[in-house]
Design a protein around this ligand. Sequence first.
Ligand code: MG
Ligand code: ZN
Length: 216
Amino acid sequence: MKIKVNKKILAKNEDFAVANRKFFKKQGLFCINMISSPGSGKTTILTETIKLLKNKIRIGVIEGDLQTEIDAERIRKTGAQAYQIETQGACHLNAEQITNALSKLDLEKLDIIVIENVGNLVCPADFDLGEEKRVFVLSTAEGDDKCAKYPQSFAKADILLLNKIDLTKYLDFDIARVKKDAMKLNKNLKIFEISAKTLEGMDNWLNWLLKSSKKK
Ligand code: MG
Ligand code: ZN
């Protein structure tokens, strides 16, 4: 019975995801869905990305959190548009919420929409939001065993951002092992090692983002 209900929920989600994807294409918007556990640094990656690309491309953000506007406010401080979805306990975003959020942004003034999903490595992986690319953020502070524990998150991503690489000197985080394990799960995965704090490695990520969004 449980499986039936889940199938129904996912089928409904897929209808909205297909519509969102069509809409993004029509509008010439490049949409990415960012997934990670809480505290991996998604919002910091976004504020730094927005600041560094300010004169090159216009980024708007849809924030997903259980509660609070904290992350949307951090994004707005950079001057970018942000809309906060408060899920009131739901542990992932669904495509219908994105459809609704799109009407809250001035899309004519945007080139890229970033969806910052609820921090959770389990169900966000199952919910297509209509994004063109999926970005999975793993920070070095979380440990290097995540490929084995959450294979879906790696298998369904296009990009892996290994964040907080400035901390590796204090941690037992084996970057080579994670890269090898991740590529085993997804041979098309592109991996960028970054630190949104020191800005180390950010260039590669920014170049990818610029290039991909202009292919539209
Ligand atoms: Mg955040
Ligand atoms: Zn969930």
